[in-house]
Structures are given as structure tokens and as C-alpha cells.
Ligand binder design. Sequence first.
Ligand code: FPP
Length: 244
Amino acid sequence: MGEETKVPRHIAIILDGNGRWAKQRRMPRGYGHIIGCQNLEHMCNVIKDRGVKYLTVYAFSTENWKRSRDEVEGLLKLFRQYLKRCMRSAKKNKMRVKIIGDPSAFPQDIQDSIRLLEDCSKDYDQMFFQIAMNYGGRDEILRGVTRMLEDAREGRLPEDGFDDGKVTEELFERYLDTAGIPDPDLLIRTSGEQRLSNYLLWQLAYTEFCFVDVPWPDFHEEELEKAIEQYNKRDRRYGGVKEE
Ligand code: FPP
């Protein structure tokens, strides 16, 4: 009897290749981001319908500020429009949305939209959608350590957060932006690059990686199915002994 396909509980995606996709069509990079954003809205529904509970996407890294002013401004404009539309899809899909990263670098109106979106979706539980904006894995860890030290100084760290004097993983994870969210089972990076680019450095410790050649605007249902198929072929060992 054939085994049933296992659907990953949490998929993380690095949405790469918008710029190259646009260049191939002799269009400005910003056009690639617009189509990439449309594809994200479409694929978010597809991924939900496929039974995936958690989706985390990399929309803007702490390094992306170094791009041209035009490109950064285009992305900020896209975020403004997208965050508003996302309120509607969050309601429709009963989807909780959380922004991971440090929003304080964004213009005030974007910060306000983020707060509104998180607040209006906080009681939904049909899907959990994390958008990484001004996110860097190292930055997340350092912000977490800083807050943990503050709590230590104020005597607020719980005794059960230590094992033989050593901070436990459970305690540290409470200080990450992803607190309460299970680690990704599958990471997908589109457009051929095979690196993490400072994404979810702590959380990806045991995740299966799937690097695909198609740029993000061309990543559709068929590519998702192939990635899930690849995930199913892998042994997930967690450093232990493989189950027979
Ligand atoms: C990487 O492609 C993509 C980004 C830096 C931005 C990702 C943004 C989107 C998909 C759209 C907006 C998303 C939201 C959540 C509103 P790239 O520009 O690095 O492409 P390249 O590697 O071909 O240059």
C-alpha cells in the first residue's frame, strides 16, 4: 500500500528572483516585485488549501535597505497596499498574521498598518502567516538576547528557564520574534541561489531545504507539489536513529 503524502506543518519561503524575472522581460525590477506580490497572495491561498498551517515568507531583509532608493521606495509602496489587502484575506481565511523583524525602521504609516493587521487577526487560528520585514536572523537573535538581559537585570527570568545553570532552548525561544510558532519543516528558496541570506538562523536547525530554479513569480502549484514530494522523500532524522 502506498504511503500517504505528508504535508509539512510549516513552510518557510525565500521569495527570490523577482528582479531577474523582470529583467528577462526587459521590465524594471519593481515590476518583478509587483508580480511577486500578486503571486504571494495567490500562493498563500494555495498553501492554505493544501493543509499547511504555518507559512513564513521573507519579504524584506535588514540588508535590503542598501538597494537603490527607487527600488526601496517601490517596495515600501507595495507593502502599504499589500498590508491593507491582507486585512481582508486574514478575515476571509481566519488567518493570523504576524510580522517578524524590526518594524521600527519603517515609516510610521506602515508601522500603524502592521499593528492594525496583527491586532485584527490575533484571534484567528485557521492559518498562521508570518511576514519577515526588516528581518535578519542575527538581528533577531541579538534583539532577543538584549531583552533577555533586561529581564535578567530586573530579576524576571523564571527558575525553570535554566538547566544546571544553563539557559534552556525553551527560555531563549520566548525571546525570538517567532515565539510560540513551531520551527519550519520545509524551507523553499526560489531562483537558484543556495544560501540562507540570514533567514531564520535559529529556527532552521533541523529543517529540510529545497532549492528550486524558477524565480518567485513563476513558482506555482506545480512547483509547490514538487517541493512537497521532495520533502516526503527525505529522511528526517533529527540527529537520532532513523525509524525503520
Ligand atoms: C527578492 O528578489 C525579493 C525581494 C527582496 C522582495 C520580496 C518581495 C515580494 C515578493 C513582494 C512583496 C512582498 C510582500 C509581503 C508585500 P530579488 O529582488 O532579490 O530578485 P533578484 O535576486 O532576481 O535580483
